[in-house]
Write a protein that binds this ligand. Structure first.
Ligand SMILES: Cc1ncc(COP(=O)(O)O)c(C=O)c1O
Length: 467
């Protein structure tokens, strides 16, 4: 059977088992731009409309159930519909959702964050995008430098500064970015991941405010840091006077304290979104005592670094006295009482050492079994594994940077049909690429069903390739 026939067969099978989702998809087109409340919801291989989430099981409105390894693309990492979160937000909602005031719970949550992630001072936002944006701004303000360095293939949310890519050794605006009128390449430099020489070069001019990175890249396939990469990268950033901001939004799956604690990293600042409030919309960013002091001094007007002093960008006001006017950092609902309650419940009751032990063991099992399938079928694929996350990569060995990963990501037809095939067999993985996340409530049977579906797909795919 040709690949196109396989796609046609799977599409037909999907339509037959999802009539209500199809009807609802038409209704959604009436009043939602792009036919959904948020356009990424269209990125699935076929439309489903959710009815219910319970642990690692999702049910759609046609009563199909799925083993959910997407988990909302991570916010549901600890499982859907967890009673601990439902209780925390319901109790707070009854007493008021948001006051523009801290609640007593906020002091406890701050202490929990500090103890867990090793940085003493924290702020909340509604999304990881907002947290990254805030930290980039603070980094520029307190260092007085304009440039940020990111790794080619990065994604840090809806943060314009990061929408660049490396082409022929030069930083270029990401071709897909909509409505951008500023030339980010003047203030953002992209370097290949795992390339210490390139990082050193990017930092050499001494104009870098911050290096912003995921500890392991998870948005361009998954790419692991090579041994000693972070040790050297941290030392280079420090020497150049650039802050190191680690975005742990996805690598929180590595352990209770994220990759930072699991791998003994030493960032100046951390960002964690998505799962940090058990699926409730909240994110956090934290800073070292030194950076926190600089930020608070800057706000009070005492810091000398009050102007971003490159020829490319000038911001800030004259020295002396508390700063007035609008900082441009913050949104009204940030730090709302429900979000704080949800973060507290997540840290105390969901993101426990026991939960991580289960997630990490489940992911080990999943990765081992997927690798067995790949070996048994002699597929030119590999599996990259970071904590409770795993990714099938359509390349024989794990790529070490985005340039090496791109050919694997370009296999869009294969990506599409594998997703569709899995959906037809009751398995969801992240719609954007081949990412699978194991929650503490994911069962061994769910892992086996995912592996069996990949195996039977591989058999059919290989038959088709041989034909
Ligand atoms: C590493 C990383 N940082 C930040 C974000 C942005 O998160 P949000 O879309 O919740 O703002 C994402 C989203 O995928 C991400 O993967």
């Amino acid at each position: 059977m040709a690949l196109s026939q396989l796609i046609a067969r799977e599409t037909q099978a999907f339509l037959e088992t999802h009539p209500k989702s199809a009807a609802q998809a038409s209704a959604l087109k009436q009043h939602w731009l792009f036919g959904a409340p948020f356009h990424w919801m269209n990125d699935w291989a076929a439309p489903i409309v959710a009815e219910d989430g319970d642990g690692a099981v999702l049910t759609d409105i046609d009563d199909n159930t799925y083993d959910d390894f997407c988990l909302g693309d991570t916010p549901g990492m600890f499982g859907h519909g967890r009673p601990e979160i439902a209780r925390a937000i319901a109790e707070q909602a009854r007493r008021g959702a948001t006051f523009m005031l801290p609640t007593a719970e906020a002091a406890d949550v701050g202490a929990l964050l500090a103890a867990r992630f090793g940085l003493p001072l924290w702020q909340t936002t509604l999304s990881a995008s907002d947290a990254n944006r805030a930290l980039i701004r603070w980094a520029r303000a307190v260092t007085g430098k304009a440039v940020i360095v990111v790794f080619d293939g990065c994604y840090h949310g809806m943060v314009e500064d990061c929408f660049v890519e490396l082409r022929h050794g030069r930083t270029r605006p990401d071709a897909g970015l909509i409505g951008q009128v500023f030339d980010m390449t003047r203030t953002t430099r992209a370097v290949p991941f795992n390339d210490i020489g390139a990082l050193e070069g990017a930092l050499a001019q001494g104009d870098v405010a911050a290096v912003l990175a995921e500890p392991a890249m998870t948005n361009c396939g998954m790419i692991l840091p090579e041994e000693h990469f972070w040790k050297r990268a941290q030392a280079l950033a420090k020497k150049a006077g650039a802050l190191l901001i680690l975005d742990e939004t996805h690598t929180l799956s590595c352990g209770p304290g994220g990759a930072t604690q699991a791998w003994d990293l030493a960032p100046d600042a951390l960002v964690i979104g998505k799962a940090i409030a058990g699926g409730f919309p909240a994110a956090i960013w934290g800073v070292s005592a030194e950076l926190g002091h600089k930020i608070q001094s800057w706000t009070a007007g005492a810091s000398p670094a009050n102007t971003v002093s490159t020829s490319t960008t000038v911001a800030g006001e004259g020295a002396g006295g508390p700063r007035t006017g609008r900082s441009g950092i913050g949104t009204t609902l940030a730090g709302n009482a429900m979000g704080i309650a949800a973060i507290g419940a997540t840290l105390r009751e969901l993101a426990t050492p026991e939960a991580y032990a289960a997630m990490l063991a489940g992911a080990e099992t999943l990765v081992g079994k997927l690798r067995d399938v790949i070996a048994k079928r002699a597929l030119p694929w590999c599996v990259v594994h970071v904590g409770a996350r795993a990714e099938i990569v359509f390349a024989p060995a794990p790529p070490k940077d985005a340039a090496a990963m791109r050919p694997a990501l370009a296999q869009t037809e294969l990506n599409h049909v594998l997703h569709l095939y899995l959906m037809n067999r009751g398995v969801l993985i992240a719609p954007f690429h081949m990412m699978m996340l194991v929650s503490p409530v994911t069962t061994a049977q769910q892992i086996d069903r995912l592996v069996a579906a990949v195996d039977s797909f591989a058999a059919e795919y290989l038959q088709e390739s041989a034909a």
